[in-house]
Ligand binder design. Structure first.
Ligand code: HEM
Ligand code: ISQ
Length: 154
């Protein structure tokens, strides 16, 4: 995979902007996932008995931020090594959590779409097709690593 310096810079630059507003970012990301796939509601413990997204749930925030951070990290690795390598223990944990929650391949497209919409909103005028494409490519590689681990766990 050829992931350019420019693509890496676009991802890093947008993530720096997004970091300035983590509370809104994480809520918007999560809300968008549920908008696209309402049926995914039952998977997340943050919602428990409630129908509404909690406005200040530390676990929701932390997990949402991790998705962005890991995707950003994936972009850095793609540029440096041409592949994404996730630490073995992290990958095993992610594989087992997502498998247990019943996450399927199609869900990864939902999260990808929500991620891209959230970034587009957050960066405003700085957004470009190229920026979205760079995030999408990094996400696809990260998602592939998690999916492969899920298939191995059974
Ligand atoms: C949990 C990351 C894709 C649904 C988590 C956690 C992380 C994470 C870091 C917390 C793990 C822990 O508790 O130790 C990611 C990344 C993804 C991804 C990096 C893609 C590249 C998805 C998809 C879905 C999903 C596609 C399905 C809609 C969940 C659920 C949990 C979870 C239901 C458990 C949350 C809870 O109730 O505590 N994910 N995830 N994730 N993820 Fe993902
Ligand atoms: C877990 N996995 C994927 C996406 C998420 C978004 C918000 C909170 C937790 C998540």
């Amino acid at each position: 995979v050829v992931f350019t310096e420019k693509q890496e810079a676009l991802v890093k630059e947008s993530w720096e902007l997004m970091k300035l507003n983590i509370p809104d970012l994480s809520l918007q990301f999560f809300t968008t996932i549920l908008e696209i796939a309402p049926a995914a509601k039952g998977m997340f413990s943050f919602l428990k008995d409630s129908d509404v997204v909690p406005q200040n749930n530390p676990k929701l925030k932390a997990h949402a931020v991790k998705v962005f951070k890991m995707t950003c990290e994936a972009a850095i690795q793609l540029r440096a090594k041409g592949e994404v390598v996730v630490a073995e223990t992290t990958l095993r944990n992610l594989g087992s959590v997502h498998l247990k929650k019943g996450v399927a391949d199609a869900h990864f497209e939902v999260v990808k779409e929500a991620l891209l919409r959230t970034i587009k909103d957050a960066v405003g005028k700085k957004w470009s097709e190229e920026m979205g494409g760079a995030w999408a490519e990094a996400y696809d590689h990260l998602a592939a690593a998690i999916k492969a681990e899920m298939k191995e766990e059974v």
